[in-house]
Design a protein around this ligand. Structure first.
Ligand code: BV8
Ligand code: ZN
Length: 245
């Protein structure tokens, strides 16, 4: 029973709930994470593939990596963890999803009120003027230019680039006043996103971490569930659903 000796007063239909997610929630959809032993960064240097300097140095390498990831994501499906969040969002009247993921699986699972802090791999924008640009699948692998002369790139946040300011400010405001946060499938190492669970905890939220591995946030969590999200979340939903009915 996960609910044993838990703060059940935090689990009401009117609780303000935040689901904060990282690459681990998409692992069971077959999408590689970044820092797991078989993750992206075990094969590639993040600064060569997820930074402005890397893109300027070898745009085709970066565009090819994102095209490969996009194709893998298109073949993948949301898993039981993404679907559980949709079920939870029917139970809790006030909930949002704040994700570091760019794969779009939360939206495909029917999750609502989604903040994509690091952008979305399916969108493209001009590196110069920032204008959103539609590209055919075929064209996504090669370097394209905007009318302004800027290079077209994936609409994701690279290292050293700022997150969408309004979105990150709203994310901090929301976690500062939530009752309950689930932090799911993140290694809690990438800032400023990784600060969110610490902020929630410091402002009195009850924070549950779901991750098979310990993270820098684990010592702060009110409850750490060392399990895969795809098995832990559905079980958790069943217990809370029973509790609220
Ligand atoms: C910025 C591109 C400043 C998108 C990525 C302090 C404050 C602010 C910035 C910094 C700071 N200190 C350092 C920085 C710089 C840097 C940073 O944080 N560096 C780190 C190395 C210390 N931050 C930045 O550069 C950020 N920008 O702050 O700029 C600024 C401000 C104003 C003006 C100009 C500049 C930008 C950060 C975003 C970088 N973009 N990728 C993409 O291609 O996807 S990084 C990459 O890491 C992804 O975005 C990813 O979302 C993110 C976090 O990774 P996770 O999601 O946690 O994934 P990871 O693989 O690490 O972990 C997976 C976890 O899942 C594991 O724990 C595993 O155990 C678990 N798991 C596995 N299977 C399962 C599971 N869990 C559950 N179920 C399973 N089945
Ligand atoms: Zn432009």
């Amino acid at each position: 029973m996960m609910l044993e000796n838990m703060r059940l007063d935090r689990f009401t239909r009117d609780s303000r709930v935040v689901f904060f997610t990282g690459a681990g929630i998409s692992a069971e959809s077959g999408i590689a994470t970044f820092r797991d032993p078989d993750g992206h960064w075990s094969k590639y240097d993040p600064m060569k593939l997820a930074s402005q300097a890397g893109f300027q140095e070898d745009p085709e390498l970066v565009l090819g990596w994102y095209a490969d990831r996009r194709e893998a994501i298109r073949k993948a499906k949301p898993n039981a963890a993404h679907i559980s969040i949709s079920n939870f969002q029917k139970l809790f009247r006030h909930s949002i999803v704040i994700t570091q993921n760019v794969d779009g699986l939360h939206e495909r699972a029917g999750n609502k009120s989604i903040y994509e802090l690091h952008g979305n791999i399916h969108r493209h924008k001009c590196n110069g003027c920032g204008k959103q640009v539609e590209l055919s699948n075929k064209k996504m692998r090669m370097l394209n230019y905007c009318e302004c002369g800027g290079k077209i790139r994936p609409d994701v946040v690279w290292f050293g680039e700022s997150l969408p300011l309004q979105m990150i400010n709203e994310a901090f405001e929301t976690v500062s006043s939530c009752d309950l946060m689930f932090t799911i499938g993140t290694s809690a190492q990438i800032y400023p996103a990784a600060q969110l669970p610490f902020e929630a905890k410091s402002k009195g939220a009850y924070v549950i971490e779901i991750n098979p591995e310990p993270t820098p946030f684990s010592p702060k969590a009110d409850l750490s569930i060392h399990d895969d999200a795809g098995s832990a979340l559905p079980k958790f939903y069943e217990e809370i659903h029973a509790q609220l009915n």
